[in-house]
Design a protein around this ligand. Structure first.
Ligand SMILES: Cc1cc2nc3c(=O)[nH]c(=O)nc-3n(C[C@H](O)[C@H](O)[C@H](O)COP(=O)(O)O)c2cc1C
Length: 373
């Protein structure tokens, strides 16, 4: 693979107040290394190394809003309260000092359990209808008051992200966590304004969250929303079965204030609606861009042979080339590409790719989860 083929990855990107030197985004990755929920110097150094390694935009690990049961692991950092926000200030200052750009990923884990620990929060876990999966009760159904407080907490976190100097922020609306539990008919049986038979109705909670974030940050600060068809509870679930369904889901969110849709899939080369445009057809981010007109981020197994869920199951991945990625970026299918495990393992991944230094790229093994290198 010749270095000049990769130019498409190294074009700058500009949207509102965000300007990036290249198209590579570090995907949000929970590391659970924050003692007492506070990002410490090791965490700041971990992100700074990715900025030094010339990642265009760093998205933080999921960091939780101010609700009593918003996290499902004690090592997940808070994005509220003075000690944690001071910690995040050190993180963004370190990233900026190294020439990087960064946004926190704002999160509420809903009624999910954590497969890695038995830990449960002190307060009752909450979800739209007291379910974690179809027919599987867990936690309490949220009251109107709880919903209003959650929306307000996302708004406060957004205001804090801007105040601390972050360049953008991402709202986590994917993977079967709280916001996605509202999207999913299997976990949202609410008879009220936040439920309904259509995805447009079930997207109202997310739209409220987006509006609160937009009101908090003003018009020029770019907002990213992460969405996925798949759920950790069921990889096969799809919220949108057609491009029209996709528009019904995502357009109201763009109208509410989202600038960039981060479209999570496990393998970026898989077509979203192959029955329409074939096996080489547009992927999830490609269709989302086409039907909404918003900028999009794609993701999923860039540079690696196996997907990330297989990695959690202990499977190793080999290094692969980037030809398929370059081809899709050259046809302008999506704007940015997020890279997860390759950047978890190697802070220098972007530099090595740019230099066409394939020999020193590393594969992925589950051992990498154990340290913050
Ligand atoms: C250790 C680990 C933690 C993750 N944590 C999050 C998270 O906090 N929020 C999120 O949206 N996705 C999370 N993901 C998913 C990644 O953002 C990404 O979508 C996925 O790893 C696919 O990219 P990759 O194949 O390049 O690794 C995580 C993935 C890994 C490997």
């Amino acid at each position: 693979m010749a270095a000049e083929n990769l130019d498409v990855l190294f074009r700058p990107f500009q949207l509102k107040s965000l300007s990036l030197k290249n198209r590579v985004v570090m995907a949000p990755m929970t590391r659970a290394f924050a003692p007492e929920g506070v990002p410490n110097a090791q965490i700041a150094a971990y992100y700074r190394r990715r900025a030094e390694g010339e990642v265009g935009l760093i998205l933080s690990e999921g960091t939780v809003i101010d609700r009593p049961a918003s996290r499902n692991d004690p090592g997940i950092p808070f994005f509220h309260g003075a000690p944690a926000l001071d910690g995040w200030k050190h993180v963004i200052d370190a990233v900026h000092a190294a020439g990087g750009k960064m946004g926190p990923q704002l999160w509420h884990t809903g009624s999910t359990t954590n497969p890695r620990t038995e830990w449960v929060p002190d307060a009752p876990v909450e979800s739209p209808s007291g379910l974690v999966a179809p027919g599987q009760p867990r936690g309490v159904a949220m009251s109107d008051e709880a919903i209003a407080d959650t929306v307000a907490a996302f708004g406060r976190a957004a205001a804090d992200a801007k105040r601390l100097g972050f360049d953008t922020l991402e709202i986590h609306g994917a993977h079967g966590y709280l916001i996605d539990q509202f999207f999913w008919e299997g976990t949202n049986e609410r008879p009220d304004h936040f439920g309904g038979a259509t995805i447009r109705e079930r997207a109202r909670f997310a739209a409220e969250v987006v509006k609160a974030a937009r009101a908090a940050v003003g018009p020029d600060f770019p907002l990213i929303l992460r969405v996925s068809q798949w759920k950790q509870q069921d990889y096969k679930v799809r919220l949108a079965h057609t491009p029209d369904g996709l528009a019904e889901w995502l357009l109201p969110l763009v109208e509410a204030g989202v600038d960039i849709l981060h479209c999570s899939q496990r393998r970026f080369w898989e077509p979203e609606f192959a029955e329409i445009d074939g096996e080489e057809g547009l992927n999830f981010a490609g269709w989302a861009k086409k039907v909404t007109g918003a900028a999009t981020i794609s993701v999923g197994s860039v540079g690696l042979s196996g997907d990330f869920m297989a990695a959690f199951g202990g499977q190793s991945s080999e290094v692969t080339d980037l030809e398929k990625l370059v081809a899709r970026m050259e046809r302008n299918e999506f704007d940015l590409i997020a890279v997860g495990r390759a950047l978890l393992t190697d802070p220098q991944w972007v530099r090595k790719v740019r230099a066409d230094d394939r020999e020193s790229l590393k594969g992925f093994t589950a051992a990498a989860f154990a340290e913050l290198s």
